[in-house]
Design a protein around this ligand. Structure first.
Ligand code: M6R
Length: 364
């Protein structure tokens, strides 16, 4: 049942190209040039804002999609962890779309947050892996992520499928708000369909990542840095690492480094920098140089162009294929997952059932 893998997590990481291809197939029109949503659809012209609520990795998928909804569609997005949202009882203004993201669809805090928005939000949408779940049943509209059963406690394929469905929603929203035409949409959809191929290339780097992980396993603290939509991914990389390897890890927005965390940096602290060669690359590299100047050990995850410019003085460089800005967080999730996985294996921890954690948190 692990299909030849040592752990469910390894299997679930490896099957992402196929699973993602399937998930995309469920939402694309036959000609692949448009997105088909559930029958009653979502009319994004009816909403002025989106409020997104989730926990853990699902929360980080929301945080990533905030960049997409805001940049592509111009819709302001609030993102909250469910345990804060439900007790803060925030106002929900008119013309708000509420979106709840949950792999299991049973997370107690997320469900309670959803119930709080009933009668307040204009529409409640669920992005779930389990279509029969409570969160799906209590929503107005359901977007299944089609990831298949996820057994490893550390969420992997559900995260990339959540991102995929949220990216499709953001693209549809951009079209509805007249900020993207049919041709622009089609271009994004072509690059989305190329993503499984790029993911296969990323999986091929598993051996290199394992070598890095062997050294990471000796660390006590690890920092993850990213800018823009790569910032939530830095948080996700840190969450994955602490969950299964029990190494203390924190994710930061690169620009926040000098506001405190750089005080931690010395030659014992590996710093993982997630930086495709995009419009923010130079900014991230200058933050990375501040780390190098303090003897920090940098693992740079980038593309060929980025590696060419910025590999000097870096401890390890992991080179991913080039990818569109929109799809970058989905592709860069794979090395983050593999880094956590191989580090945990090197430490001999229980990868699929880490201590103190449950797959589905149905109590508050
Ligand atoms: O089932 P959900 O997506 O609602 O679960 C949310 C979190 O409990 C979950 O993502 C958790 O953070 C994972 N263990 C992360 O790998």
């Amino acid at each position: 049942e692990k299909a030849g893998h040592k752990h469910f997590m390894a299997k679930e990481i490896a099957e992402q190209p196929g699973v993602l291809g399937d998930a995309i197939g469920h939402y694309l029109s036959n000609d692949g040039l448009d997105v088909n949503f559930p029958a009653d659809g979502l009319d994004f012209t009816a909403y002025d804002r989106i409020t997104m609520v989730a926990c853990g990795t699902a929360y980080l998928a929301c945080l990533t999609s905030k960049y997409w909804f805001e940049q592509l569609a111009g819709i302001p997005v609030d993102v909250d962890v469910a345990s804060e949202f439900r007790y803060r009882e925030p106002p929900v203004p008119a013309r708000t779309l509420a979106v709840f993201v949950s792999q299991s669809g049973e997370t107690a805090d997320t469900l309670a947050a959803l119930r709080y928005t009933e009668g307040k939000a204009d529409k409640i949408a669920a992005v779930v892996n389990v279509p029969e779940s409570s969160i799906a049943r209590e929503s107005d509209i359901v977007f299944p992520i089609h990831a298949g059963i996820e057994i490893g406690v550390a969420s992997t394929k559900a995260f990339t499928c959540q991102l995929t469905v949220l990216a499709l929603m953001a693209l549809k929203a951009a079209v509805a708000k007249d900020r993207l035409d049919a041709e622009g949409l089609a271009q994004h959809l072509v690059s989305l369909q190329n993503l499984p191929g790029l993911m296969n290339i990323a999986l091929g780097l598993s051996g290199d990542i394992k070598d890095v992980a062997a050294k990471l396993a000796e660390a006590r603290d690890v920092l993850f840095l990213g800018r823009g939509a790569m910032y939530p991914l830095a948080l996700e990389g840190a969450l994955k690492l602490k969950e299964i390897s029990y190494i203390h890890a924190e994710g930061y927005a690169s620009g926040e480094l000098k506001h405190g965390p750089i005080a931690l940096v010395d030659k014992h602290v590996p710093v993982i920098v997630m930086a495709p060669h995009d419009r923010l690359f130079d900014k991230t590299v200058s933050n990375m140089q501040e780390v190098l100047a303090r003897g920090g050990k940098v693992v740079l995850i980038t593309d060929a162009q980025g590696a060419k410019i910025a590999s000097d003085g870096v401890w390890q460089t992991i080179v991913l294929p080039e990818v569109s800005d929109l799809m970058a967080p989905i592709l860069y999730a794979l090395p983050a997952q593999l880094l956590a996985y191989h580090t945990a294996v090197a430490k001999g921890t229980d990868v699929d059932q880490p201590r103190n954690l449950a797959k589905s948190v149905t109590v508050e």
